[in-house]
Design a binder for this molecule. Structure first.
Ligand code: BTN
Length: 273
C-alpha cells in the first residue's frame, strides 16, 4: 500500500528560530486540524505546537460553515497558543493571524492582498484565506486558543465547491503559477510568531495600524449581518477598536461596536472620517 506523506515535515528546518512551530504535528488526513489541535491542547502540549494536514474531511469555517480542504492543494493548519490575557482581548488573535497570512502571501507571491473584517484575506477581491479561532476559557482566563488558518493555494477553479466558486480564489488561480506550500506555511508561522509576541506584550494595538491600512472596507459604507434577531445593520465602518471589534458609525451619528458578524460593502466611496 502506498503511504500518504505530508510535505510539511520539510518545514521544520525553516522554523528553528521561531517560538511558534517549534513542534509540528504533520498529518495526512484529519477531520479538522482545529479538532486535532484542541485534543493536543487538552492533553497539555506546549504553546506553539502547530498541527498541519494535507486534507481535512470536515474542515470548518466561521458560523458553522464548511471549509473545503481537498488534499495536496492548500495549507490547513492550527496553532496552539496559551496567552496570559483576558478572553475579551482574544479576537485580536484572529487579526494577528489574518495579518500574518497576508504578509506571508505577499512574501511568497506577487499579488495584491487585502483584509476583510473579521477574518478574511482577499486576493482580487475574492477569499484566499480564512481564520477560525476557538478557545477554552476558565472564567475570564484563557486556558488555550486554537487558531486555525486555511489558505487556498494550488486549487484550480473546478476544485472549489460550486457554491463558493465565485467567491473563492487560490494563489495559483491569481498568479498562474504553482506555489510552494511548505515555504508559505513556514512563512505564515514566522510572521505570526512576531505578531503574536507583540500582541502578548501590547495587545492588538501593536499591529492595528498595519491591519487597518490593509482593510479595504474601512471608511466605507457597509452592512453587517449580525446573525441576531435585529438582522442587518448599516453604517460607516469607522474603526477597529483595541479589542479588534468593528466600530460602526450609524446614520444617527451614534457608534456601535461588533465583535462578530459578516460584512458586506454597500458603497465603494470613502466617507468623511
Ligand atoms: C472562515 O473563513 O470561515 C474560517 C475558515 C478556517 C479554515 C481553517 S483550515 C484549518 C482550520 N481547521 C478547520 O477546520 N478550520 C480552520
Amino acid at each position: 500500500m502506498m503511504t500518504r506523506q505530508s510535505v510539511f515535515f520539510d518545514a521544520a528546518g525553516l522554523l528553528r528560530k521561531s517560538r511558534l512551530g517549534k513542534r509540528l504535528v504533520c498529518l495526512y488526513s484529519v477531520t479538522s486540524t482545529n479538532d486535532v489541535a484542541w485534543g493536543e491542547a487538552e492533553a497539555g502540549v506546549s504553546e506553539g505546537t502547530v498541527v498541519v494536514a494535507e486534507e481535512q474531511t470536515e474542515g470548518r469555517g466561521r458560523l458553522g460553515r464548511t471549509w473545503y480542504s481537498p488534499p495536496g492543494v492548500g495549507v490547513w493548519m492550527s496553532v496552539i497558543m496559551r496567552p496570559q490575557i483576558s478572553s475579551e482581548a482574544a479576537p485580536g488573535i484572529t487579526h494577528c493571524a489574518s495579518l500574518a497570512a497576508a504578509r506571508a502571501i505577499k512574501v511568497v507571491c506577487p499579488v495584491e492582498v487585502s483584509l476583510k473584517w473579521p477574518n478574511d484575506v482577499l486576493v482580487e477581491g475574492r477569499k484566499v484565506c480564512g481564520i477560525l479561532t476557538e478557545m477554552k476559557t476558565v472564567g475570564k482566563r484563557i486556558d488555550f486558543v486554537v487558531c486555525g488558518i486555511g489558505i487556498n493555494v494550488n486549487q484550480k477553479p473546478e476544485d472549489f465547491a460550486p457554491a463558493i466558486r465565485a467567491a473563492g480564489v487560490s494563489l495559483r488561480m491569481a498568479t498562474g503559477e504553482t506555489v510552494e506550500r511548505v515555504r508559505l506555511f513556514a512563512e505564515v508561522i514566522k510572521q505570526l510568531d512576531g505578531l503574536y509576541e507583540g500582541f502578548c506584550r501590547c495587545g492588538f494595538s501593536h499591529c492595528a495600524a498595519e491591519w487597518k491600512a490593509m482593510c479595504g472596507s474601512l471608511g466605507k459604507r457597509i452592512r453587517i449581518r449580525t446573525g441576531r434577531s435585529e438582522g442587518d445593520v448599516e453604517g460607516v465602518f469607522s474603526d477597529v477598536d483595541e479589542r479588534g471589534a468593528l466600530v460602526l458609525r450609524m446614520d444617527s451619528g451614534l457608534e456601535r461596536s461588533f465583535l462578530a458578524g459578516d460584512v458586506e460593502l454597500v458603497s465603494q466611496e470613502s466617507e468623511a472620517p
